[in-house]
Design a protein around this ligand. Structure first.
Ligand code: ZN
Length: 247
């Protein structure tokens, strides 16, 4: 079974469709680690697409705020403005779909999915010390997480935490990680719609756990087209600009 693993799509249809086009024929089942909406200009189109491809999806903090399940009081002003804009845009059936998304952790055929961390779906795991808690808590060898928008992750082997970074060179579509017995993995596919690791390309993973192969992909997309739609929708300028920097 080959899994396409998406996270933090953030209402960016152009990036999602570029990723789906590149991944076409390489996967059997798709999962999504949350933040389907928020920040981007296409909340309905992205929810429609995620439903259409049958993605097994857990909720993220922006899905809670965008659907109205949570108020956006703990968001910064820019994120809050877009959460309220998203709520206005969403068709009722898409808002309901977001509202009913399950909370992680969710077990899927030998691995676990969380949006942020095991003990708190809204917790950011940036550093090895934070990753250690999740690695020690992990009920499976491999956990996929999102929320930070940074592709890569952490390993635990012989009580040592390791850090994984992947950066396929320009023109290369992916780097491959080979899963090793005796190592526990906490892996982030990166963000489709708003990468923050300095690489503007949409990020995702294709995992074939029988083959012990996990590919970390980067795919370019038409950023300017998305920025134009954001401008037309009146979305905040800092969000429009950051797509061009991948920060
Ligand atoms: Zn996010």
């Amino acid at each position: 079974m080959r899994y396409l693993i998406l996270s933090d799509i953030h209402a960016n249809l152009t990036a999602l469709d570029a990723a789906l086009a590149a991944a076409k024929g390489h996967w059997d089942k798709v999962i999504c680690l949350g933040d389907v909406v928020g920040y981007g200009p296409d909340p309905n189109e992205v929810v429609d697409r995620v439903r259409e491809i049958g993605a097994i999806t857990i909720r993220g903090n922006h899905d809670k705020a965008g659907s109205g399940l949570a108020n956006a009081d703990d968001f910064n002003p820019v994120a809050r403005a877009v959460a309220l804009w998203t709520r206005d845009q969403l068709r009722p059936e898409n808002r309901e779909w977001l509202e009913q998304l399950p909370t992680g952790p969710l077990n899927e055929n030998g691995f676990v999915m969380v949006h942020g961390a095991f003990r708190d779906e809204d917790e950011y795991v940036f550093a090895p010390a934070q990753a250690l808690d999740s690695l020690l808590d992990a009920p499976a060898q491999i956990t996929f997480f999102g929320h930070t928008h940074l592709q890569g992750g952490f390993t635990l082997r012989d009580d040592q935490v390791g850090v994984l970074h992947f950066k396929p060179a320009a023109g290369q579509h992916f780097s491959t990680l080979t899963v090793e017995d005796g190592t526990t993995y906490l892996l982030n596919p990166g963000s489709i719609g708003q990468p923050r690791d300095g690489d503007t390309r949409a990020a995702f993973v294709i995992a074939d756990l029988q083959q012990k192969s996990i590919e970390f992909w980067r795919v370019p997309y038409d950023i300017e087209a998305v920025q134009k739609r954001m401008g037309a929708g009146g979305l905040p300028e800092p969000l429009i600009q950051r797509l061009a920097f991948g920060r």
